[in-house]
Design a protein around this ligand. Structure first.
Ligand SMILES: [Zn+2]
Length: 324
């Protein structure tokens, strides 16, 4: 797993490479079709070297060499026309005219294309699936929740609305840290709401890492038993690092992981590291509070239940079955 900017710069590098290869192919094609062009190319190359020397030596023939080059370039265009090819057939091409696909403009500042590509790879690194990317606050369907009130005068819809508002506030201020425990049975929309949070945070240009608790523990195990040379282990090490440092970590389905003494300790360390760094975390789980108490150590339970704001998705509403 590489940083979004490294991935973006790699993509720009590949673009430049592809343009270079295409230009080479075109040159070879024109050389094949026109012996005159082959001569012009050689003359231009030699004149370019002379021009460089004259600049370095400060000699006076600079202008005359320039004129000579311009003449050769006119010859080149004439040859291209004779072959029924466009004038710019042998010009260097770029996807981005502003930075010539280097990612940086002439003042050394990041070009817009690099920023856009970096944003694309931040989303890629988030590990969120295509389905999850469509699960946004804007698309949230409140009509799935019943408005009929219980004996205390509260409806499922009220409960969901209050959780939703809490989730929006959390996502909009994620840089201040904070943690959410999303509770509820299967099919209550927990994963949906955590995707909404993740998407909002990504829109705000922050980094997100989504992972199921099951897979996360596998990663932590791989880091522990790493064979330093394997690619798999290097991948696990970088994913663990991202889990520790992303602006938002979303752990889905806590309680479904294969829990050993080691994974329990490693999970605790991860939660703790993020709390110390004041980084925001969302955990979703089917477990109720007693089950959390039973499954994890007292240390971990007090961390999770003590430092996390709880959003509970209401149970037992058939209309919610459309979720998940
Ligand atoms: Zn650019």
């Amino acid at each position: 797993m590489q940083s979004a900017q490294v991935l973006a710069l790699n993509e720009l590098n590949n673009k430049r490479e592809a343009h270079r290869t295409e230009l080479e192919r075109r040159r070879a094609e024109v050389r094949r079709r026109s012996a005159e062009y082959a001569g012009i190319e050689a003359d231009l190359q030699a004149a370019g070297n002379r021009l460089l020397r004259s600049v370095l030596n400060g000699s006076r023939d600079f202008e005359s060499i320039k004129e000579y080059i311009q003449g050769k370039q006119r010859d080149k265009i004439r040859v291209l026309k004779g072959l029924d090819l466009p004038e710019d057939y042998l010009d260097e091409k770029f996807d981005c005219g502003n930075c010539h696909d280097t990612g940086f403009d002439e003042n050394g500042l990041k070009c817009r294309c690099l920023k856009e590509l970096t944003a694309k790879y931040i989303v890629y690194n988030s590990n969120m699936t295509e389905l999850m990317k469509a699960q946004t606050f804007e698309n949230f369907d409140f009509s799935l929740f019943s408005p009929s009130t219980d004996s205390k005068g509260r409806s499922k819809l009220d409960i969901v609305r209050s959780g939703f508002d809490k989730a929006v506030r959390f996502a909009d201020s994620v840089e201040q840290g904070g943690n959410i425990l999303l509770r509820g049975s299967v099919g209550t929309g927990k994963t949906y709401l955590s995707s909404c949070i993740g998407n909002r945070v990504l829109e705000r240009g922050k980094t997100v890492y989504y992972q199921t608790a099951y897979k996360l523990c596998e990663i932590l195990e791989k880091v522990r038993f790493k064979d330093d040379d394997s690619e798999d282990a290097a991948q696990a090490v970088s994913e663990k690092k991202y889990a520790e440092n992303a602006d938002l970590l979303i752990i889905d389905d806590l309680g479904t992981e294969f829990l050993t003494q080691f994974t329990a300790a490693a999970l605790f360390d991860l939660f703790n590291t993020r709390l110390m760094k004041n980084k925001a975390t969302v955990i979703s789980t089917n477990l109720d509070f007693e089950a959390v108490n039973e499954r994890y150590s007292a240390r971990m339970t007090s961390r999770i239940l003590g430092e996390y704001a709880v959003i509970t998705m209401p149970d037992g509403d058939l209309r919610r079955k459309k979720f998940e």
